[in-house]
Ligand binder design. Structure first.
Ligand code: 4NP
Length: 159
């Protein structure tokens, strides 16, 4: 089983959106028994909460249901459990570097590194903006998810 963890700040906007989009892609490819997904936040303010209503609405408009997801905080042990720990922005990345146990650094990546020629290095935080921000987050996440799946298929699943 390949395990993938998406990480943002609050775990209510970007990382649950990435989890939902990638989970659906994995299911469409018939790989749900081979790839496990989860998401977490570097902060603890929203622990136990479902994704932000605006994130849920924007995702559902593209057929992605996030309603079962609940926020949790990332922990150091996640680096031992997950093969991929994917930061949405540089600030998340820096926080994750601080808690990463020695020897597990190669599991940490910027998520948009899997989007070749991405217009952004970071998935912008949509929390304090309008609905367009949530749509843009989805655009970036959809592309990066395709690249991530290719990376897993070639690197781990031997396809
Ligand atoms: P996320 O967005 O990191 O994409 O889940 C945010 C959610 C909440 C806050 C900031 C960003 N907040 O400040 O509470």
């Amino acid at each position: 089983m390949v395990k993938v963890l998406f990480v943002c700040l609050g775990n209510i906007c970007r990382s649950p959106t990435a989890e939902g989009v990638f989970r659906d892609l994995v299911a469409q490819k018939g790989l749900s028994n081979e790839i496990m997904t989860d998401s977490a936040g570097t902060g603890d303010w929203h622990v136990g909460s479902p994704p932000d209503e605006r994130a849920q609405k924007a995702a559902l408009a593209r057929g992605v249901d996030l309603s079962d997801l609940r926020a949790r905080q990332v922990i150091a042990k996640d680096f031992i459990q997950f093969d991929y720990v994917l930061a949405m922005d540089r600030s998340n990345y820096a926080k994750l570097q601080q808690i990463c146990p020695p020897g597990y650094e190669d599991r940490l990546h910027m998520f948009l590194n899997f989007f070749a020629n991405s217009p952004e290095e970071e998935v912008p935080d949509p929390y304090f903006g309008g609905p367009a921000g949530f749509d843009y987050v989805l655009d970036l996440i959809e592309e990066a998810s395709v690249g991530l799946l290719k990376d897993i298929e070639t690197g781990y699943l031997g396809r």
